[in-house]
Design a protein around this ligand. Structure first.
Ligand SMILES: [Zn+2]
Ligand SMILES: [Zn+2]
Length: 789
């Protein structure tokens, strides 16, 4: 904890913040839980590699880059020498130059050479295209190939481009299935750039890993052997994450040579709202968005240019509106300088925003994560993060929007405003999990049969799979999956290999963001526009009739869900409530070969392995934004079963009684421990709390004991449960800490309550949860000590 009184910057931005934390509309004040002073760091420039031709150097000269930074040259050297490399350095450290150097050199040496660039977002691809075009290098013919490109541009890209900018979805659905039409590019492919590769995690990451293996196979077939250059946020072990993604060894460059601007990073916990209460009379904190709006208004009133990140577009509008309301009281002349960002992903839209912020026409902007990447605003003073954006990588991206240029003099300010949930609350009280810790390792599992099977089918449809191809997709381990495809007559075996047995290509049926096992299309009934898809097994809880559905920050209400037809019809609406499905579920633990269970002392067992989750959505709750319950509406939905993987622990009833938990309290204690564990697993596994599920029971039929289960919410699993199992001691230690130190009396959204509880947060026993967790941790400790010796 840092006392602000001790800081020597009373007139600076921290001083403004200090005044904000004083008595406010609530009688209990919001508080600063931590201030991290990030020192300014000078850059380490390096010389241009000798192999960079004058045309490329001239192009960078023209763009105002006179010397590269050390990490850019190190990565470029490796790639130029033919080695796959990942450059994992800080936000805004100029990773583009690291791949542009070798790739532009290749194009400059022979303009028939080709580069394929993959970005996880259209905004990033659009930025990269703009920056390449601005280089004005002779012989360079970049083109975007995405869902929005007009047909004539796509034709041009296929026929002429030597630098194709696309995304994994277009590669999967557009380029690979029609590889013959891309033969020119595939034959001359020198480099594949995978930008922001830490974004490829979980189910999406597993899909992308397989799409890249399909690309590697086809490139080989056309006679090329491209070098991969990956760019990543700093992470724990970028070489192995990148290696898992492309399926072969990758060297990592991690020493950041770029200068870093100085900043003060403040953790902010909103006040508890007095006289108000949420579920079960629990205390409720002021919302992160309301708090962020208040801070933005005060910053703007002090002359600081401020960018605030919130979750949804609607939230951004609300935040801008409340900031303007506050400015009406404190600095009415500035009201018009605060707005919500309504633009899309096009660079021109963001350039316009940058211009308005530069000129002072705009002083405060509330935005979704659309502005996380690709905004370059000199002199942006403050970034406010209303809630944890889901990953540490995103958190640093958003924070990095403040003070991007080292030469502006004034120290930037970043304020992370915690939402009222266990993860945000844990973070504001444990700054060590953010500072001095690399971002989470991207968990992927390209061996998941539910994901691998469909990609084997896609690969076979692109060209029959020979024995030699199998190594690329996992070797002998994939034989059972191939057999299953043969049994289902998806593939046909012939002497020369495995052939796709149907007409067309299966890519359209494989959604890279889906977990396999079927999709439900979400369609706007007014425009008949397809908004997206949701996995079949998630549809009953996510898009039941009456559900409020958020899509790219816009809100819709589901009018009808037809599971048979695989369609959910929605209508744009902004109701004054949110919906949460209620469901009844059971989990059975399968005794397969992959099942592993281990006894610890003190009546504790820990297991990992396949499970079968059966869930039935029985209704939903409607709540006001402040948490007030409006009503409960019943639904009649079919049961569905999910085959996935889970981590579980059991504690015998005797051990629980011995620890002081009376039998009647056991269900509430386990349930509370389960909720908090789900709330914090994202910190260790890089998933979202909606990617995982859980169940707790005082007596589980398969274990015979009181049991807590946390499972992956995708067929075949996504690797999150396995990561939880690996990190069990750290994970449950954080969970116990979060629950034990929460100042509430009997459980609140910051510790053991869950917004997605199928049982409406009943029963919950906060103290009991601490006891359960302490019992499990005590049982784990000797083993971990033994393992360390
Ligand atoms: Zn609490
Ligand atoms: Zn629950």
């Amino acid at each position: 904890m840092t006392s602000l009184g001790a800081l020597t910057d009373p007139g600076g931005l921290l001083g403004v913040l200090n005044r904000c934390s004083g008595p406010s509309v609530t009688s209990v004040t919001s508080s600063i839980t931590h201030v991290e002073h990030i020192a300014w760091r000078p850059g380490r420039p390096a010389g241009w590699p000798g192999w960079v031709p004058p045309t490329v150097r001239a192009a960078f000269d023209g763009a105002g880059i006179d010397r590269p930074w050390s990490h850019q040259v190190e990565a470029a050297e490796l790639a130029h020498s033919g080695r796959d490399v990942v450059v994992a350095t800080g936000t805004a450290s100029g990773k583009s130059l690291a791949y542009q150097l070798p790739a532009l050199t290749a194009v400059s040496a022979n303009s028939r050479s080709c580069v394929l660039y993959l970005a996880p977002t259209k905004a990033l691809a659009a930025d990269q295209l703009e920056s390449l075009e601005s280089l004005g290098m002779a012989g360079l013919r970049p083109a975007a190939y995405d869902g929005d490109s007009p047909m004539v541009e796509r034709d041009w890209a296929r026929a002429h481009a030597n630098w194709v900018l696309t995304n994994p979805d277009m590669l999967h659905r557009g380029m690979l299935p029609a590889h013959a039409r891309w033969a020119r590019v595939l034959r001359r492919l020198k480099y594949v750039v995978v930008d922001e590769c830490h974004a490829y995690r979980g189910v999406f990451g597993s899909h992308v890993a397989l799409v890249l293996r399909r690309l590697i196979r086809l490139a080989r077939m056309y006679g090329s052997d491209p070098v991969f250059i990956l760019a990543s946020a700093t992470s724990a072990d970028p070489a192995s994450s990148a290696g898992r993604l492309i399926g072969r060894p990758v060297q990592a460059i991690t020493q950041d040579g770029a200068p870093r601007p100085g900043a003060d990073f403040v953790f902010w916990e909103p006040a508890v709202v007095q006289g108000d209460s949420g579920s079960g009379g629990a205390p409720v904190r002021r919302s992160a968005a309301a708090e962020a709006a208040r801070l933005m208004a005060d910053m703007v009133a002090d002359g600081a240019r401020t960018l605030t990140f919130v979750r949804s577009r609607h939230g951004a509008e609300q935040t801008a509106l409340s900031a303007r309301r506050r400015l009406a009281d404190i600095a009415p002349e500035l009201i018009e300088t605060v707005a919500a960002y309504r633009g899309g992903y096009l660079p021109e839209e963001r350039r316009e925003l940058e211009r308005a912020l530069d000129s002072g026409e705009l002083m405060g902007v509330a935005s979704t994560n659309a502005l996380e990447l690709g905004v370059d605003i000199a002199g942006l003073d403050v970034a406010i993060l209303a809630g944890y954006p889901g990953t540490l990588a995103s958190m640093w991206q958003q924070a990095g929007r403040a003070g991007r240029r080292a030469d502006t003099g004034r120290r930037a300010l970043v304020v992370f405003v915690a939402r009222d949930d266990p993860l945000d609350t844990y973070l504001v009280h444990h700054p060590e999990t953010v500072f001095g810790r690399p971002v989470e390792t991207a968990i992927i599992d390209p061996t998941n049969p539910f994901i691998l099977g469909p990609h084997l089918a896609c690969a076979a449809a692109e060209r029959h799979l020979g024995e030699a191809d199998l190594g690329l997709f996992g070797g002998p381990a994939i034989k059972p999956i191939l057999q299953d495809l043969l049994d289902r007559r998806v593939l046909r075996a012939r002497p020369s290999g495995y052939f796709w047995a149907e007409p067309g290509h299966p890519a359209d049926r494989v959604d890279l963001r889906g977990g396999g096992g079927g999709q439900v299309a979400i369609v706007d009934q007014e425009t008949a526009r397809l908004l997206g898809t949701v996995d079949l097994h998630r549809a009953p809880a996510a898009v039941h009739a009456g559900a409020v559905h958020l899509h790219r920050g816009e809100s819709y209400v589901v009018q009808d869900l037809d599971l048979q037809a695989g369609v959910a019809l929605v209508r744009p609406e902004r109701p004054d409530w949110t919906t949460i499905a209620r469901s009844a579920s059971t989990v059975s633990i399968s005794r397969s070969a992959e099942h592993r269970e281990r006894d610890h002392r003190g009546g504790v067992r820990v297991g990992i392995g396949p499970v079968e989750v059966t869930e039935q959505v029985v209704g939903y709750l409607r709540r006001r934004p402040d948490g007030e319950l409006i009503d409960v509406i019943g639904l009649d939905m079919p049961r569905h079963t999910l085959h996935t993987r889970a981590i579980w622990y059991t504690v015998t009833l005797d051990a629980l009684l011995g620890a002081g938990i009376a039998e009647a309290r056991v269900p509430g204690a386990l349930h509370a421990a389960e909720h908090a564990a789900i709330g914090l697993l994202p910190l260790f596994a890089g998933c979202d709390r909606w990617d995982i599920g859980g169940l707790s029971t005082a007596l589980h039929a398969d274990t015979g004991d009181p049991t807590v289960i946390v499972y992956d919410g995708y067929p075949g699993g996504a690797g999150f449960a396995d990561r939880g199992h690996e990190m069990l001691g750290d994970w449950l230690g954080a969970v116990r800490d979060a629950v034990a130190t929460c100042p509430c009396a009997a459980g609140c959204p910051s510790c053991v309550q869950s917004p997605k509880c199928g049982n409406g947060n009943q029963p919950l026993d906060k103290d009991g949860a601490v006891t359960v967790l302490s019992t499990v941790l005590a049982a784990l400790a000797p083993m971990e000590l033994a393992a360390a010796h």
